[in-house]
Design a protein around this ligand. Structure first.
Ligand SMILES: CC(C)(COP(=O)(O)OP(=O)(O)OC[C@H]1O[C@@H](n2cnc3c(N)ncnc32)[C@H](O)[C@@H]1OP(=O)(O)O)[C@@H](O)C(=O)NCCC(=O)NCCS
Length: 289
């Protein structure tokens, strides 16, 4: 291969090269398209089934596993969806490779969910890199970008990932409401997990459900989702949020604040509803309130 100047003088000659074929992972095909509306994430109605038809909310999911040429595709992916500051954050992450991809997947799902809402409600046509997801003091994702002044207030997002899947929920801010999402795979949990996560009253409430392990996990995800919606996560321990009601038919759990968490952001409710569901081996919980 020779690169020549306009007058035909050779400027660079490449020799001894070999062909290398980079197969595009099917779920990342959007990364190589020039079409503006190509997205990496897909709609994930399962995650917010109880809010089906709510046009102020969007939920997206991304598969994060890359089976070949994974370092190359990770770079391409980060370049396509992250803004400059986010790329610095990404480069500074001290996480194993699979977690880096989940971080990227969560951000991508969140950006594309926000993109959907902004297009739908304000006719704004933004690219994922225009939608910045910063990190708050407690680790919570915060949406920003120069476009925020055009819409008044940035949409709110919540992110979750587990073993090769990342999901995100975005909602338009209204009435001080916040959203939280959490997903987990049904698998064996460490011994003693139930005793740490739930008090006696919660355990007896959950144990009356037909499948303990699944409902324990629904309870756990519901707590994580509510913790995220409060912006605190479970920093005060899993018992700072308690399962106080279960409706098995709908999967709806009632979660109450306990201990120090009762004094956090007193303007918000003390009780939250979390909608939980089982999709194959995946449990999800979503709360909006
Ligand atoms: C933070 C926490 C809610 C994450 O839940 P998890 O089930 O372990 O992991 P998930 O994949 O479901 O969620 C991770 C996402 O939650 C979000 N998150 C983290 N802290 C959050 C908070 N305080 N509020 C809302 N969302 C938060 C982030 O977006 C994170 O994804 P990212 O790191 O890729 O951006 C949970 O680990 C927790 O409560 N930990 C205890 C408190 C803690 O250690 N905080 C760290 C402060 S920096």
């Amino acid at each position: 291969i020779e690169l020549c100047l306009a007058d035909g003088t050779p400027w660079m000659r490449l020799t001894g090269w070999e062909d290398k074929r980079f197969d595009v992972p099917s779920h990342l095909h959007a990364l190589i398209l020039t079409r503006e509306d190509a997205t990496v994430s897909t709609d994930w109605p399962d995650g917010a089934a109880s809010y089906a038809g709510s046009d102020w909310l969007a939920c997206r999911a991304v598969e994060t596993t890359i089976s070949s040429d994974h370092a190359f595709w990770k770079r391409v992916w980060a370049r396509r969806v992250l803004g400059r500051t986010e790329r610095e954050l990404f480069a500074a992450l001290r996480l194993p490779d699979n977690r880096q991809l989940e971080w990227l997947g969560g951000r991508t799902a969140a950006k594309e969910a926000v993109q959907t809402l902004l297009k739908r409600h304000f006719g704004l046509d933004l690219r994922p890199a225009d939608i910045e997801i910063g990190i708050g003091d407690e680790g919570q994702p915060l949406v920003g970008g120069p476009w925020v002044s055009l819409v008044g207030e940035a949409p709110l997002v919540s992110i979750s990932h587990t073993n090769g899947l990342a999901v995100a929920l975005a909602m338009l801010p209204a009435d001080g409401r916040r959203a939280g999402i959490d997903i987990e795979r049904v698998r064996n949990r460490p011994e003693g997990y139930a005793e740490i996560a739930f008090d006696d009253a919660e355990r007896s409430l959950i144990a009356s459900a037909p499948s303990d392990a699944e409902w324990m996990l629904r309870g756990w995800c519901a707590k994580e989702a509510v913790g995220k919606s409060l912006g605190t996560g479970l920093r005060d321990g899993p018992r700072s949020l308690a399962v106080v009601g279960i409706d098995r038919a709908s999967g709806r759990l009632e979660i109450e604040r306990r201990g120090r968490l009762e004094n956090h952001d007193m303007a918000r409710s003390m009780r939250f509803i979390a909608d939980t569901a089982l999709h194959g081996d995946l449990v999800s919980a979503v709360t909006v309130g």
